[in-house]
Write a protein that binds this ligand. Structure first.
Ligand code: NCD
Length: 306
């Protein structure tokens, strides 16, 4: 049984093929409107979500399938003390594929070990968020026409930002990629990502606290929210939350061809004044997220022989 727990679960060829399917869906959505007829997607969300859950639900509906699920742990049997393993066994009786977001790192992996249907990780604590990465890759591909040979700046909460961890893992597999990791000292990228991904593969990267210095070098700027819910103390959050605020003025030295991405939700880190800049791609990224999730659901159901 194939699952998507981390982006490493898919080969480059599989990712390319998902992107190609998503582009075909964009070109001819009617062709796909019945491919999941009679199939059900379960969404198990133990943490807040707007885009990820609703884009999965919209994706399944646009494939002609049905959806069921819960959007908070309190309304599920987790509130009575049910384990993730048991929940996964139960959901396997009701649905053909499940999507799980959980505050605990590794919870979707536990679900996959106890499930008889494909499990998709929709974000596990501060660890991984592979379907956001698929949305990011589709966006970069559509904006730039390629996924190789570029300088990618990741800015903000690189410590707790799970989207950043999955994106680094994915982009490190393409040639000619350089990362500029822009964060305050306290929110630097975890050392396991440096050791196991960047250094291991010999990927060039710089760490800096200055967005201004990095700006002119960037082909992609990936802004992130400071992840309040992962802080141990509110004081630290308050001190760090406005470390970076992207404004039109800050973009004066940026390349004309820059693409600005953000997984959203944003709080303060991109001023609304940037939204009308043609380089702002974050709302296109949301729509791309729905198309790539359609491609992903179709792929995993086919792999499962459904
Ligand atoms: C991200 C997440 O949940 O990690 N949101 C999303 O799924 N698009 C980013 C965030 O919450 O900051």
């Amino acid at each position: 049984m194939r699952h998507l727990i981390g982006i490493e679960d898919f080969s480059n060829e599989e990712i390319d093929s998902l992107i190609a399917t998503a582009e075909d869906i964009i070109a001819d959505p009617k062709k796909y409107s019945e491919v999941c007829h009679g199939k059900k997607l379960a969404t198990l969300f133990y943490e807040p979500s707007t885009r990820t859950r609703l884009s999965f639900e919209a994706a399944m509906m646009e494939l002609g399938g049905g959806v069921l699920g819960f959007s908070e742990a309190q309304s599920s049997s987790a509130a009575k003390g049910e384990s993730v393993a048991d929940t996964a066994k139960v959901i396997s009786c009701f649905a053909d594929i499940m999507v799980m977001r959980h505050f605990k790192e590794g919870a979707p992996m536990v679900a996959s070990l106890n499930s008889t249907i494909p499990v998709i990780n929709a974000g596990d604590g501060g660890h991984n968020h592979p379907t956001q990465t698929l949305a990011d890759l589709l966006t970069i591909k559509r904006e730039k026409g390629r996924l190789d040979n570029m300088v990618i700046g990741l800015c903000g909460d690189l410590k707790f930002g799970r989207t950043v961890h999955s994106l680094i893992s994915a982009m490190s597999r393409y040639t000619g990629i350089k990362f500029i990791l822009i964060s305050p000292d306290e929110l630097k990228i975890p050392s396991y990502i440096k050791d196991e991904v960047l250094d291991k593969k010999g990927i060039p990267y710089e760490e800096t606290a200055s967005l201004d210095e990095a700006m002119p070098k960037l082909d992609v700027l990936y802004m992130t929210r400071v992840q309040r819910e992962r802080f141990f103390n509110e004081q630290d959050y308050i001190r760090l939350k406005d470390s970076y605020i992207l404004t039109p003025e800050k973009l004066v030295n940026a390349k004309k061809s820059l693409s600005i991405l953000h997984p959203l939700p944003r709080v303060n880190e991109i001023s609304v004044g940037v939204d009308k800049d043609p380089r702002a791609c974050y709302f296109k990224q949301v729509l791309n997220g729905k198309y790539i999730r359609m491609a992903l659901i179709k792929f995993l159901l086919e792999e499962a022989g459904k």
